[in-house]
Design a protein around this ligand. Structure first.
Ligand SMILES: [Fe+2]
Length: 478
């Protein structure tokens, strides 16, 4: 075993996952000899990327050290107690909330388990399709007309424009040749129909079937006039936080007038605060330099809201939890600063008055925008549609989204939601796909130096309000 392998092994034993360039960083500083110091300094992160090391690691470490998660046995979903409010009967139920205490060592076996879980869940959805009723395990395929279900890898295009990929299930793998116009990405679980040539172990694919969602139940409207306001990326603590516009929004909610009458829920899809040490030299752009003070500031703003508005939050990549997904709910120390607020994992699924909400901060949008031709950050609706088609929130493994290899794949989309919310990219979009409301919620931060450098124009200060009586989304700008 070479030194790098030994270092990886030792890090695994400490439940630490690192990106490959972090291994180089350790090697440069003395390799295994430097390891104890490294673990002491950064070990609390769980997943460590090169960028984490270029900032003031100690500061983050100190903040994280003081956090304790409640230890509790569970099968992965945590239930949260929702305090009763005498003024209003909330109808809030948790469907999926990833447990912070589920850990993985990050070895190959853990990733195999994660991928097997993804395969099995999506296989079940595909197998129920009429078109794939005859699908066989790959090992049992016979020559001629055939169909199979498997996970895609090694996608490439031939000089003649055909797409070639490997399709694998737990029994075996085949090569697939496809000339259609669907974009196929690695790690998707799909069904294929075509002609199978046994001696070449190759399927000439005519049709590709995705797990996709079905058209949605139109009978979900309720009788009462109740709404939920949806926002994201508040980034409190940043110099570019748009406080004036934020206060206008808070005052509108407080007033309970001019369209705010029916709002009983406020959903925030992550990046509640700007955080510290998220990117190099971030401190120059911070108004509040202490992450706990940032959360306290947000808690102070939200404490102004009427007590009939329940707040539901998930974390994002700027929040004080591990970056790798699923991200656990914010730690207890933070939760205790807030009133009337529920803290869930990223992603999370819950229902409000029967409406199923899937809320995901949206790190994988950065991947999808690059992998699918013709997309840009103004087409977030298309990206969300793609996630629903492949029934996965981060369809391609690796790239820019670190994943914790838990035995259960929390990023599989099942069941299908009524409302799908993302944030993260600081634009705003509202679309409908097969009856599902797709909301890429807006931010409360205007253009940062980094965004300016990337020539990116955010679209902050927008609020989507979904009314459950009308089954309608209205967009407000502050
Ligand atoms: Fe953000």
């Amino acid at each position: 075993m070479d030194e790098k392998d030994a270092i990886i092994g030792e890090l695994f034993e400490h439940d630490i996952l690192v990106s490959p360039d972090v291994i180089n960083y350790i090697m440069e500083r003395g390799g295994r000899k430097y390891l104890p110091e490294f673990i002491k300094k950064y070990g609390e992160f769980g997943y460590i990327e090169r960028e984490d090391l270029s900032v003031d690691g100690k500061k983050i470490n100190d903040a994280i050290k003081n956090i304790h998660y409640e230890e509790k046995e569970s099968d992965g979903d945590i239930q949260v107690t929702v305090p009763k409010n005498p003024g209003f009967d909330w109808d809030f139920k948790i469907i999926m909330n990833a447990d912070a205490n589920m850990h993985a060592s990050g070895g190959t076996e853990d990733f195999q388990k994660l991928f097997l879980d993804r395969y099995e869940k999506l296989h079940r959805l595909l197998k129920s399709r009429a078109a794939l009723r005859d699908a066989r395990s790959i090992e049992r395929l016979e020559g001629g007309d055939a169909s199979a279900i498997g996970m895609v890898s090694d996608v490439h295009r031939t000089a003649s424009g055909r797409v070639v990929f490997t399709l694998e299930d737990p029994s075996a793998q085949i090569t697939c040749m496809y000339s259609g116009d669907k974009v196929i990405l690695n790690d998707e679980v799909i069904g294929v129909k075509g002609r199978y040539n046994k001696s070449r172990n190759t399927m000439y694919v005519n049709d590709i079937i995705r797990p996709d969602i079905a058209w949605h139940n139109p009978n979900r409207k309720i009788k009462e006039d109740i709404s939920a306001a949806i926002i994201s990326d508040t980034h409190v603590g940043s110099k570019t936080f748009i406080e004036k516009r934020w206060l206008k929004f808070i005052n509108w909610l407080k007033s309970g007038k001019d369209g705010a009458e029916s709002i009983r829920y406020l959903i925030i899809a992550g990046d509640l605060v700007d955080g510290i040490g998220v990117y190099p030299h971030q401190e120059e752009e911070l108004e509040i330099l202490d992450i706990f003070e940032q959360y306290q500031k947000l808690a102070d703003y939200l404490s102004e809201l009427p007590d009939y508005i329940k707040i539901i939050t998930i974390p994002g990549n700027h929040d004080i939890v591990r970056n790798a997904e699923p991200q656990p709910a914010l730690p207890r120390e933070i939760q205790e600063m807030f009133t009337n607020t529920v803290f869930l994992s990223n992603p999370a699924m819950f229902s409000l008055h029967g409406y199923k909400f899937l809320v995901y901060h949206g790190a994988s949008l950065n991947n999808i925008v690059e992998l699918i031709p013709g997309l840009d950050y103004l087409k977030t609706g298309k990206m969300m549609e793609y996630m629903l088609k492949v029934r996965h929130l981060s369809p391609v493994y690796g790239e820019k989204v670190p994943i914790v290899p838990l035995p259960r794949d929390y990023l599989v989309i099942d069941p299908a939601p009524d409302v799908f919310v993302t944030g993260h990219v600081h634009t705003f979009s509202y679309n409908i796909y097969k009856g599902v409301h797709l909301i890429n919620a807006s931010a409360w931060q205007e253009q940062t130096k980094y965004q300016k450098m990337m020539n990116f124009n955010p679209d902050p200060g927008k609020v989507a309000v979904i009314n459950f009586k009308k089954d309608e989304v209205k967009v407000w700008e502050f």
